[in-house]
Design a protein around this ligand. Sequence first.
Ligand SMILES: [Zn+2]
Length: 468
Amino acid sequence: MLLFKSLVVKTLLFILIISGSYSSMAQDINDNISTEISGNIFQKAQSHYDRIPALQQWMQANNYSSRAAAGHVLFRWPLRVNSNYDDIPGYYMIQNYVDQDWSDGMGKEWYCKFRTYDGHEGIDINLFPLWWRMKDNNNVFAAAAAAGIVIFVENDIVNDNNCAPTNEAGNVVAILHSDSSITRYAHLKTGTARVTEGQFVQEGQLLAFIGSSGRSSNPHLHFDVRDKNNSWIEPNSSSKGFCNIRNIDSWWINQKQYWEPAVLRVMTHSGTPYMQGWINDEYKVGFCPEVEDDKAQNHFDVNASITVGIALRDVHPSDSVFVTIHAPNGSVVRSYKQAMSNSGLSDRYSRSYRTNRFLLPNDNVVGTYTINVLYRHLIFDENVSPGAFATKAYNHYFTVGCKPDETLSGNLLGSTGYITANSIKATQNILGGKVMYQSAGYIQLNPGFKATEGTVFKARIRDCNFSE
Ligand SMILES: [Zn+2]
């Protein structure tokens, strides 16, 4: 018997969900840094102006180069993954940009679409999927977008797990850069700040982990930029024009495409996970605070039923995923296709979580199973229209029966994984691809083991049910 179920989470772009409000679009319900705190931060910035020459000397002495365009610094992406999440293909999706039109009642952003709300001063970047779990596990941190001086640290606002419409931006770190611009990082996780006021930081340095403090309906980073006059900047801009009326050029070293279609994660569950934002297969706004039940499971008994989950970002309705599940001996135990067209939308939607539940075949084959996901997607490139289709591959491994030991030998070409309870002993000759050994006891690479150029090889001591 096969059970088939498909669930879709979609973001309707004109609906705000990061406002701390369930339905109101009033301008006073927002996740911005308050006028009062913004004023404090700007005063702090001014009090640190005389240290900018020392900052520049420090950067030069340590080879912390700063990239600059005409009149301003350039930024790197303000989020980084912790080492406990670096096997996962992706981790974020953009919820809101800077509003370009306060009064249109919709929130028009730099790309002339409506991925923001009226009066929003920054970019809201959600963790995805399972954002509460990612917050609890410290999977992602706010990173300094450029070198600078830490001028403001609020680390003690404790409403990290609710959506009380108080304390606006929650925990905040602000950095003054060498051109006197300021970057500000809000809703940070309580008590995780790793910097103090007055400290110099280099580009990419850990500031604090991503949280949901202040007026925040889910873990996300509110990243905003003020120029030297304390005016808002939308760091995204394009020579092709669009709708950024605040600044003409991009403030990024490598500006990301407006849409970035990708599979962010493939995982296995004991049942359908419950994720904030949808209920009974239907996307809902609000539900804050809300319990997340990830039902994550990576170790199954023989003949168990398994739910495969695939998190996607910036999906086009013409995209599709092709899923093939291989038994340890390579035979195909299941394959299916999921089309993205059932959303009823004509434009892309920024997040989707697809599940598929099935029973393992009744053959008692124990060992490590591989889920291979091929994501066929319409490429998005601002400069190329219409885009072509491309296919990207993603793998996830789970174990049935949690074999105690594996002894691996011979040539191996292609991405695969091995999960055991006690040991892995290997003399494999790995000829490329991405290969993972995971065991709770020990992993022993014997003479003859070889991973050749082009291989990504990882060994980790974890039990059979571990997943990030
Ligand atoms: Zn925001």
